[in-house]
Design a protein. Structure first.
Length: 431
């Protein structure tokens, strides 16, 4: 019995010791050292370590240089390439860190208010219309199984690109009494159906019994512009149809300059909004070729300036963004871009693309007085931290307009078709 009690006491002591060891500073520092890191040419990276641990480079011909003191290691990225950093304790290697140095990469931050015009692939069904006939009210489109959110892409084998393409088919089929062969896209599925147009009582025209739309318009904020490729990113979130609430499938589109005319201030439970108009000249400054969960993307046909930060700036990858002070560039009056203070409340070092990478809070007294915080139309406003573009504003919290979400710039660049991981691309070509 005495031996069993002694064993339990010893076991308890060992268990407590192991738990305490897990919370000790040297062990926590060891666990916090990542297995791999990515930095850009010219950047520095600091990693914590215990006093008894030393660090060295696996090769003399390394893309990084190394400095260390008792409690940290500083890496200086010299040139594009891959290196290995070895941590040792008492001469024994305990951890290896792969360091990937990317070619120096910069974008010009935006902040400008832009007008957005989207043209859909085909025509979008946004509602059903009841046609009044001698036999009663009926929607031919609903009877044919066409649903709200469907996109009509073909009628009788002919491509449909805009609303004006539809009417001639409808009137011809109505007069002849023939069915229309209609093809719709429904959530990436191609569906065919037959539809017989009906004549509206008291009118001479025939109807499909559908409300349709072929374009959409709105405002947002420019996030970045890449001078070398002319590619840009804006909004930071997908554009959805106001009626169907589904993402708009874009055939093409344009962006133009816009001017903020007034602000509807946000409050708890009631998100505010920028009210703006397209600039009088309606000059097209770029195209739109992609509408994704991370924003709209395309190419600019001219250089644009925000008047505050017009020089190319480095970016920060998701794991490099830190909690703490930051700034956003946005317009709250006319077309003047202004820098405002915010706080990055939390950030997630994401390995895969995700739309909600940061939680941000507006701290600037002038912006709070003007807008109440984050308002609609501010989406896409670039987030700047430590002189780097780190992401964009995306959504506001309905019950707290001072706070909202941000997306990491890394994923917007990927959606824009800009490859910042040139090391990996070069390696693939070499192999």
């Amino acid at each position: 019995m005495t031996i069993d009690i002694f064993r339990k006491i010893i076991g308890g002591i060992l268990l407590v010791s192991l738990i305490a060891l897990g919370f000790s500073k040297p062990v926590q520092q060891y666990l916090n050292i990542p297995l791999s890191v990515t930095i850009f040419e010219g950047q520095q990276l600091k990693l914590g370590k215990a006093k008894t641990v030393s660090a060295s480079l696996a090769s003399d011909r390394s893309s990084i240089s190394l400095k260390q003191n008792n409690d940290s290691v500083s890496l200086q990225a010299k040139q594009q390439g891959e290196s290995e950093l070895i941590f040792e304790y008492a001469g024994f290697p305990i951890k290896k860190v792969d360091v990937n140095v990317l070619k120096d990469f910069k974008v010009v931050p935006g902040g400008q208010s832009i007008g957005v015009k989207l043209n859909t692939v085909g025509v979008l069904v946004v509602g059903h219309h009841q046609v009044s006939t001698l036999e009663g009210k009926v929607s031919p489109g609903e009877t044919a199984g066409i649903k709200i959110g469907d996109i009509i892409t073909e009628i009788n084998g002919k491509k449909i690109r805009k609303m004006s393409d539809v009417a001639p088919f409808v009137q011809k089929a109505g007069k002849s009494g023939e069915s229309l062969m209609i093809v719709v896209n429904r959530e990436n599925e191609r569906i065919s159906t037959k539809l017989i147009p009906l004549k509206e009582k008291g009118e001479g025209s025939y109807k499909l019994g559908l409300y349709i739309r072929d374009s959409a318009a709105g405002i947002g904020t420019m996030t970045f512009y890449h001078p070398q490729t002319k590619k840009y990113g804006a909004l930071g979130h997908v554009i959805s149809d106001m009626d169907t609430k589904k993402p708009i499938v874009v055939d093409n589109g344009q962006i133009v300059r816009s001017t903020v005319t007034s602000i509807e201030k946000g409050s708890n439970g009631n998100p505010g909004e920028k009210l703006a108009r397209f600039s009088p000249d309606k000059e097209v400054i770029g195209n739109i070729n992609r509408n994704s969960p991370f924003g709209i993307f395309g190419e600019l046909n001219q250089t644009i300036k925000n008047g505050v930060m017009d020089k190319p700036m480095p970016i920060a990858l998701s794991h490099q963004v830190k909690e703490g002070p930051a700034k956003i560039l946005t317009v709250v009056e006319n077309d003047e871009v202004t820098l405002f203070d915010i706080e990055i409340v939390s950030t997630i070092p994401q390995k895969f693309p995700a739309t909600k990478g940061m939680v941000i809070k507006v701290t600037d007294s002038k912006l709070l007085a003007k807008t109440g915080g984050i308002v609609q139309g501010m989406s896409g406003s670039p987030i700047i931290q430590n002189d780097k573009v780190v992401g964009a504003v995306t959504h506001v919290f309905v019950n707290d307009p001072t706070s909202g979400y941000g997306v990491h710039i890394e994923w917007m660049l990927q959606e824009a078709g800009i490859n910042i991981y040139e090391n990996e691309q070069s390696k693939e070509k070499a192999s």
